[in-house]
Design a protein around this ligand. Structure first.
Ligand code: SAM
Length: 293
């Protein structure tokens, strides 16, 4: 596809509609989602994420909690950690040329897509069930003058509008818990060229714990999702020609983000479930980078 065609194709060119009543619920959920914890963090620099952060908290940057500017600094710090998470995902995509095409499956408001384009200079295609999110992401891309390279579409990631083998690398950033993993990885495997890279960052329940803990069940209910186990990821990848090249346990790296967030005015009530399940070992935050063979 040429850049002219890319820019000319409307964001809504492919709207198959939710394939299931559940997907209709998820589309509605994200159409109406406007939590300050997402929007106020995005306002910091215009990169809007719907995922969590990793890395150590910079306490010097936060300063004195009694200071009137503390809350603003805390928001900036949480946002820095969320963008650091995206950077780690992008680090695992491998070498991507400017003529490559990247796919962000479950792209949200498009923060990761913008960062990917800024790093690699290539086209980035995003898909989301939410028309509001796609419009938002395309608006941001237009404002940044990169609308000819970064585009979000309303579309089901289990049935993406890309030719077989045409995509250099693809990812799910906290979006794989909404779908069946075999269906998801079959679709990534179809669109990726042989030698292409797939990366996911996700929460998953730990098979060593035995079954999903009460905290994991609480997180599922809160987000209307279905967290898979680490074992399911490995199995579904192996069944779909995706061979893990790196598996990184990001759990210790994400705990500081949650502990800081729990002290802020932006709490949503789910912080305790994340902190407790990471600490009792029933839940893990992992990155898996796999080669399409
Ligand atoms: C937690 S948000 C993550 C957004 C984004 N990846 C980020 O890091 O900011 C989950 C996203 O998955 C998308 N999603 C869930 N199921 C989907 C499906 N079947 N097809 C496309 N997108 C889906 C939602 O629309 C939403 O954008």
């Amino acid at each position: 596809m040429t850049n002219t065609q890319f820019a000319a194709a409307p964001a809504s060119a492919v709207i198959p509609g939710p394939a299931t009543p559940y997907q209709g619920d998820i589309a509605r959920y994200w159409d109406h989602e406007a939590r300050p914890v997402n929007l106020r963090l995005g306002d910091v620099d215009g990169l809007y994420h719907h995922h969590y952060g990793i890395g150590d908290v910079d306490h010097a940057a936060l300063g004195d909690p009694e200071d009137s500017t503390y809350e603003k600094k805390l928001i900036a710090e949480l946002h820095r950690l969320e963008s650091a998470q995206t950077d780690v995902l992008l680090d695992h995509l491998g070498a991507v040329g400017t003529d490559g095409t990247l796919v962000d499956a479950g792209c949200g408001r498009g923060g990761s897509m913008v960062m990917a384009h800024q790093r690699f200079g290539c086209k980035v295609e995003g898909v989301t069930l939410s028309a509001k999110q796609a419009e938002f992401a395309n608006g941001r891309a237009r404002d940044l003058g990169i609308g000819d390279h970064v585009r979000a579409r309303v579309c089901n990631m289990l049935d993406m509008p890309f030719e077989a083998g045409q995509v250099s690398a693809s990812w799910n950033n906290e979006s794989s818990m909404y779908v069946d993993l075999h269906d998801l990885f079959a679709e990534h495997s179809r669109i990726l060229g042989v030698g292409g890279r797939y990366v996911t960052i996700t929460g998953c329940w730990n098979p060593r714990y035995g079954q999903p803990s009460k905290w994991v069940s609480q997180i599922n209910a809160h987000f209307e999702c279905n967290i898979h186990s680490r074992r399911e990821y490995m199995q579904a990848m192996a069944d779909n020609r995706l061979v893990p090249q790196a598996v990184v346990d990001l759990t210790p790296a994400t705990l500081p983000y949650w502990e800081l967030r729990a002290t802020s005015s932006l709490v949503t009530g789910i912080e305790e479930a994340f902190i407790n399940s990471y600490k009792d070992g029933s839940f893990q935050y992992v990155l898996i980078a796999a080669d399409r063979v």
